[in-house]
Design a binder for this molecule. Sequence first.
Ligand SMILES: Cc1ncc(C[n+]2csc(CCOP(=O)(O)OP(=O)(O)O)c2C)c(N)n1
Ligand SMILES: [Mg+2]
Length: 676
Amino acid sequence: MYITKAMSTADAPHTLSVADKKRLLREMLFARRFEGRCYEAYVERKIGGFLHLYPGQEACAHGVLEAARPGQDYVITGYRDHVHAIKCGADPKAVMAELFGKETGVCKGRGGSMHIFDVEHRFMGGYALVGGPFPLAAGMAKAIKLKGGDEIAICFLGDAANNQGTFHETLNMAKVWNLPVLFVCENNLYGIGTRIDRSTAVLDQYKRAAAYDITAQQVDGQDIEVVYAAARQAVDHVRGGNGPYFLELMTYRYRGHSMSDSNAYRVKDEERTWNKRDPIVMLRDRLIAAKQYSEKEYQALDEEIIKHIEDDIIKFAEESPEPKKEELEKYVLAENDPWVKGKPTPKGGTKEMMYWEAIRRAHDEEMTRDPLVIAMGEDIGVVGGTYKATTGLYDKFGAERVMDAPISENGYTGLGIGASFAGVRPIIEIMSVNFAWLALDQIVNSAAKVRYMSGGQLTAPVVIRSPGGTAHQLGAQHSARMEKVFMGIAGLRVVTPSSPRQAYGLLKSALRCNDPVFINEHELMYNMKGEVPDGEYFHPLEGSEVARAGRDVTLLCYNISVHWCMKAAEILSSQHGIDAEIIDLYALSPLDRAGIKASVSKTHKAVIVEEAEPAVGVGAEVMAIINEECFFELDAAPVRVSAANVPMPYNHTLEKAAIPNAQDVVNAVLELFGKV
Ligand SMILES: Cc1ncc(C[n+]2csc(CCOP(=O)(O)OP(=O)(O)O)c2C)c(N)n1
Ligand SMILES: [Mg+2]
């Protein structure tokens, strides 16, 4: 049995009025019955998937949010989220309809129990990945700070979430950047069936926060008056500009972790002890003892709530329509976003500049235009970026907008995504794409999915830039080409500039567009020179460019491989009389089906050139499109020129052998023409 010693009352002067206590009793009892009815609906198979219920913990959400400004403060939680959403102002009918998977649900049936969103009431979502909301909350706090508002961000999570890296990364950033964020740890002593003393070295969670020099307190989470008093202190601290606060609430869940959990791992004594500390019973009995309430009133209230849930809420959910199958793909990306098409090239001259200078210029122009555009990443501020792309911006825009991030890729990427939820436009630089593996949870599960799972309520308009590719003998862990990973993620746009003009124009459009955009740059291209329009230029985020018109064969390529193909085309033309057309696939997601089809249908032959390994890659995807769109136009089977399927070797000769070059492209074309 594990029972915490922390049953202290907060030493704060804040108290609830009798009227407030009665209202909170009603709200908590409603939550208990609502969740109980969810349980039954699940057994009846009206609700599917994972269902995590809240009985036992009601005083946590209600006590904290009572002390805050629900509907104005930004609130985010894990998957045990129904009650928090309702306390923020979500309509219980729409929450139940969501659980039933209906079109009238808060997220139009796209989210479900673990992903309740009600952005109108600033309930910014429930997230299923344990620890995921930490940096998102800090990001919303960053947005509040930048805009000068007096809201705060509140992050509710469980005890087990504190063992995730995001906990440590976020607490560090929240402290360093003095962010208005309140972390509420609902310590119910378990992460599924693993009791805290079997998984966690430091049992008192508030001590872990204190290690980051964050003000922290641990109180009894079963007593709503205690929770309220402590939360008032915490909220006042955060709203007062004193930085983050960590509030640990000792609590217990009365049901299994989720519906599939039989709860067999818990000791009866422990359950009995905590059952005696039921937050609803404690408040009710206290009111009755003070003669402010009667048993009869309570019975009547309970009956009224049960009837309301049945007659109004369940009925609404039952009778609501299902989402339409034809709308399956709605909410993946922003609809009709004008910036996707870019803008025509401006009239006037051009200027030669390097790739890094073009990126820097886009940052500078956009940050000058909009004070809510910020840049963040490792070494981008004082140093000006590993590849110089943010040179001078720190001096010009200051540390609040050009943020030197700690080495916490998942953390600061999540923080940028969270900031984008609340109106900020972050440009996140990940120093090398190899480090983006660490940020995949936030890119994939937060940025790319949030529009869909919220039924179109919330979007993450962030730009994430990062160089990939093989440079000079950087070895296996610094030579990744990850574009194929990103282009497989629904809800994320992927572009990859092959020239300074594209680097400038794609960043400008990406920043204005309402979708998350990953910009895949290349380590070897930052010093490449090219002409960039003098006027503001917005490159389309979809489509492809004919980099060289030709008759005989289509070379499909992107980023650095466009340059190999240009060289190869010269050789093919001058030495072999073959006129190659080069299609620059600067947009990798979505890929330009029409552009690929048009060129291959004209030349009847295709070679796809990629720097990455062939498996599950850009070439494989383009081949599938050729198959689907113009199989009968082909004179020969399409060919891929790809890297070897090896972790990149250090040795220079081996490295060269692993990566394709212009001659490999020439050879592939000659083979296709039967000339070798
Ligand atoms: C990243 C990740 N790892 C594992 C899981 C599986 N999982 C779901 S809930 C959970 C326990 C979390 O416990 P805690 O944070 O204490 O919250 P509680 O469920 O007690 O409210 C685990 C391991 C997950 N959803 N996400
Ligand atoms: Mg827990």
